[in-house]
Design a protein around this ligand. Structure first.
Ligand code: IMP
Length: 179
């Protein structure tokens, strides 16, 4: 199978939107010191760009999750591979995610984090594919709503590849032509 890439969101468009999101978040969290919880690995580039644009004294922490394969699509249960280092009880927590697809991962994580009794809990995602949603989940802050394409770049991968691309690209698979 041949893989081709087509730019969906250029680095300039992404940078402009991240700036806007940072302005809105800085305003909403004025005089607060939120903990940004980055969901590994896809959201690392978004986190690092976003946090440098925030006019806030933030702290960061990381979680890594993996699905239980087929079971995830039915139950939405995810396995926590790396948990937070710090206690987020009574803290203002902002989860930083790369993309919401079915919504199962964030739906599970949101409930999991809520049990730790943060003072507030919000979610920012760079991308959203609302057509694919299986559970009712809406982010508090959204970069771009996109159609049902598989995208890579700016932290997003396909089998661990393409994360380094500065633009967000549509990944297409095509069979090599026989003629
Ligand atoms: P959800 O539980 O279906 O919402 O899955 C969200 C996760 O699936 C994201 O954090 C990504 O790791 C992955 N994902 C979903 N769509 C894409 C995509 O188009 N490109 C790369 N990863 C994706």
């Amino acid at each position: 199978m041949k893989e081709t890439l087509e730019i969906l969101l250029s680095r300039d468009r992404i940078a402009a939107r991240v700036n806007e999101l940072a302005g809105q978040i800085s305003c909403d969290y004025r005089n607060k010191r939120p903990v940004l919880v980055c969901i590994l690995k896809g959201a690392v580039i978004f986190l690092s760009d976003l946090m440098r644009k925030l006019m806030l004294p933030v702290e960061i922490d990381f979680m890594a999750v993996s699905s239980y394969g087929q079971a995830t699509s039915s139950s939405g249960v995810v396995r926590i591979l790396k948990d937070l280092d710090q206690n987020i009880g009574n803290r203002d927590v902002l989860v930083v995610e790369d993309i919401i697809d079915t919504g199962l991962t964030l739906n599970y994580l949101y409930k999991n984090i809520l049990q730790r009794r943060p003072r507030s809990l919000k979610v920012v995602t760079l991308l959203d594919k609302p057509e694919r949603r299986q559970v009712n989940f809406s982010p508090d802050y959204l970069g771009f709503s996109i159609p049902d394409y598989f995208v890579v770049g700016y932290g997003l991968d396909f089998n661990e590849r393409y994360r380094h691309l500065p633009d967000i690209c549509i990944l297409k698979h095509s069979s090599p032509s026989l003629d």
